[in-house]
Write a protein that binds this ligand. Structure first.
Ligand SMILES: Nc1ncnc2c1ncn2[C@@H]1O[C@H](COP(=O)(O)OP(=O)(O)OP(=O)(O)O)[C@@H](O)[C@H]1O
Length: 236
């Protein structure tokens, strides 16, 4: 077993989530470093979203040996009910792109994008302008999410995930709900924006072939035949 050396900014060793009906998903080991672009693949239902939930600090692992995020002992924070600190880490260091944009319907596109900044009390006009230019969403800023197209909503979700220049961007099937042509466009923009922001990207997708074209490195989950436990190792 390798111990945490303080070097990779995310380090997990034997971290698991077990549902009440016994389905178990185990991250055997993960070391995530700056610059990593990772694609988590695996059959439907094997636990990819659950893994992203744990990595995004929104799902409490039911068991774990080591889980460090930027030197913070995440298991200790969960066990000590430090939801305030976990929420701070989440909003300060990570951005999330869901499968369907997940925008708040009653506020404008601009307000949706800047929401993560307001939560941590920051402003970054220059980066905001760069992002909207890059993602070509300037003309729709004052519209509500229901007034823009599916592809535009997904771009807005990318902008919202990137607005605070997070160290890590987690994306759960970000192209699953769009046409293949749009999937290419969104993936291209996502990878380019992540590169521009200097963030790590961890994404799940069924469309492995497409994701690999954008330089992501595939880490495949598998379901252990004997134990029926889903297992994953993430290494660069
Ligand atoms: N609330 C729940 N209670 C019990 N089992 C659940 C619950 N939510 C999910 N599961 C099960 O846990 C497993 C992992 O689900 P998860 O959504 O993480 O898989 P996935 O790989 O992301 O799936 P997909 O590729 O279809 O999106 C699945 O077998 C699912 O049926």
């Amino acid at each position: 077993m390798r111990e945490f050396s303080g070097n990779p900014f995310i380090f997990l060793d034997n971290v698991a989530y077990e549902f009440s009906d016994g389905i178990k998903i185990n991250i055997d080991h993960a070391e995530i470093k700056h610059g990593d672009r990772i694609l988590i693949s695996g059959p439907s239902g094997c636990g990819k979203s659950t893994i992203l939930g744990m990595l995004s600090l929104s799902l409490k692992p039911t068991k774990g040996r080591n889980f460090y995020f930027e030197q913070n002992d995440i298991l200790k924070l969960w066990n000590n009910y430090r939801r305030d600190q976990l929420a701070h880490l989440r909003s300060a260091y990570s951005g999330f792109v869901p499968q369907t944009a997940g925008l708040i319907p009653f506020i404008t596109v601009k307000e949706n994008i800047t929401l993560p900044l307001s939560i941590i009390g920051k402003k970054n006009k220059v980066w905001f302008d760069q992002l909207i230019t890059f993602l070509e969403i300037g003309p729709i800023l004052s519209k509500k999410p229901c007034q823009v197209s599916v592809g535009q909503r997904q771009r807005v979700a990318v902008a919202r995930a990137l607005i605070n220049r997070p160290m890590i961007v987690l994306a759960d099937e970000p192209t699953a709900s769009v046409h293949p042509t749009l999937a290419d466009e969104i993936l291209h923009l996502l990878v380019e924006t992540v590169t521009e922001a200097g963030s790590v990207l961890i994404m799940t997708s069924h469309d492995v072939k497409r994701a690999l074209q954008y330089g992501l490195k595939e880490m495949a989950c598998y379901i252990d035949n004997e134990t029926k436990i889903t297992r994953l190792r993430i290494h660069a």
